[in-house]
Design a protein around this ligand. Structure first.
Ligand SMILES: [Zn+2]
Length: 317
C-alpha cells in the first residue's frame, strides 16, 4: 500500500464531520467513502490496492482501489457530477462484493468519488439546508464535458446553459479529468461503467453524435444483457440519440471508447428521489438525484455491473 494512500487515510480520519450525511443518512460523505474503501481494502490485505492517482483542483486526493488481477481490466467510476452520490454507493457496493469474491482473470479499478471538490460543495449545501444545484468541479467546469473525444467549447447547450455545461477551456484542462486520462493510459480498461444519476438508463457511445459507433450492435447487445439481469430493468440507448436536440460533448464514455476501444457505458442510476409524499423533495436538487434509501437501487444495478466484468471487450485496443 502506498505511502500517499496511508497519509490520505490518516488525514481523513483526523477530519471533522460524519461518515454519513446528516440529511441523507443512507449515504456516505466523501470522507466516509474513503474510510469505507480503506476498511474494505485492509480486510483482504494485498488483494485490494488503494492508491492516490492525483489531486483535485481544490487539492483533495483522487483515489481508486484495484482489486484482483488478470488479462481483462474493468473500470467502475462514479460521482463525476457533484450531486450524484448514489453512484458512489454503487461503486462501494461493488468493491465490497469484489474483495469478498474477486472475479477470476479480471483486474477491477474502482474510483467512487471522481469529483471530490464538487461533492464537498454539495455536502456543505445539504448540511446548511441550501437547496442548490451542484454539478461542476472547483473551477466551475462540468467534468463530463471536459474529455478529449467530441470536446466542444461552443456547442449551443454549453453557450445556452453555461452554469450547467461549462466544458472548460480545453480538453483535460481540469486536474480530475487529466488524472483519469493518465490512469486509463497506464491501465486501459476493456470495459467500464461510469455511474451517474438519475433516470434508469444504460447509455453507450457515441454521446457527442447521433450516428452509431462501429460497435453499435455489440454495445446494444451487452447493454441489453445487463438490463435483463436487473429486477427493474433500465432502458438502453446511445447517449447521442437520447433526444433529438441533445448531445454530450467531451463525455467519459466517448473518450474511453474512442481512445482505448473500451466497452464503456454510462449508467443513470435510479428513477430519482422526488416524490409526491415528500413535497420538500420537489425543490431540493439533491433529492432529485438521490432517492432517500439508495439500497434498492444499488441492489438493482449490482448484478448488471458485475455481468460486464465477465464479458469480452469491444476490441480495437
Ligand atoms: Zn451525471
Amino acid at each position: 500500500m502506498s505511502g500517499a494512500w496511508d497519509d490520505v487515510v490518516e488525514a481523513a480520519r483526523a477530519e471533522p464531520g460524519g461518515e454519513t450525511l446528516a440529511r441523507f443518512p443512507g449515504y456516505r460523505s466523501g470522507r466516509g467513502c474513503l474510510l469505507r474503501a480503506s476498511e474494505l481494502a485492509e480486510r483482504v490485505g494485498g488483494r485490494a490496492e488503494p492508491l492516490v492517482f492525483g489531486r483535485s483542483a481544490g487539492g483533495r486526493p483522487l483515489w481508486a482501489v484495484r482489486v484482483g488481477s488478470g488479462p481483462r481490466r474493468i473500470l467502475y467510476l462514479a460521482n463525476l457530477h457533484a450531486m450524484e452520490f448514489i453512484g458512489s454507493e454503487v461503486v462501494l457496493a461493488l468493491l465490497e462484493h469484489l474483495v469478498a469474491q474477486p472475479i477470476d482473470g479480471v483486474e477491477v479499478w474502482l474510483a467512487p468519488v471522481a469529483n471530490p471538490d464538487g461533492r464537498a460543495r454539495a455536502e456543505a449545501n445539504a448540511a446548511a439546508g441550501r437547496r442548490r444545484f451542484a454539478r461542476a468541479n472547483e473551477n466551475g467546469v462540468d467534468l463530463n464535458r471536459n474529455f478529449a473525444v467530441g470536446f466542444s467549447a461552443d456547442y449551443w447547450m454549453h453557450r445556452a446553459l453555461p452554469a450547467i455545461y461549462r466544458p472548460g477551456t480545453a480538453p483535460f484542462s481540469e486536474p480530475e479529468t487529466a488524472a483519469l486520462r493518465d490512469l486509463c493510459a497506464a491501465h486501459p480498461p476493456h470495459a467500464a461503467i461510469s455511474f451517474h444519476a438519475f433516470g434508469g438508463w444504460i447509455f453507450h457511445p457515441w454521446a457527442c453524435r447521433n450516428d452509431p459507433p462501429p460497435d453499435a450492435r455489440r454495445f446494444a447487445e451487452v447493454a441489453g444483457r445487463m438490463a435483463a439481469c436487473m429486477r427493474r430493468p433500465y432502458r438502453v440507448a446511445q447517449l447521442g440519440r437520447w433526444a433529438r436536440w441533445f448531445r454530450a460533448h467531451g463525455a467519459e464514455i466517448d473518450y474511453l471508447y474512442g481512445t482505448h476501444g473500451t466497452l464503456a457505458f454510462l449508467m443513470e442510476v435510479s428513477r430519482g428521489g422526488a416524490s409526491a409524499g415528500r413535497p420538500g423533495s420537489w425543490v431540493d436538487p439533491l433529492s432529485w438525484f438521490n432517492p432517500p434509501d439508495p439500497r434498492p437501487d444499488v441492489e438493482n444495478v449490482l448484478p448488471a455491473a458485475l455481468l460486464l466484468a465477465g464479458v469480452e471487450g469491444a476490441g480495437g485496443g
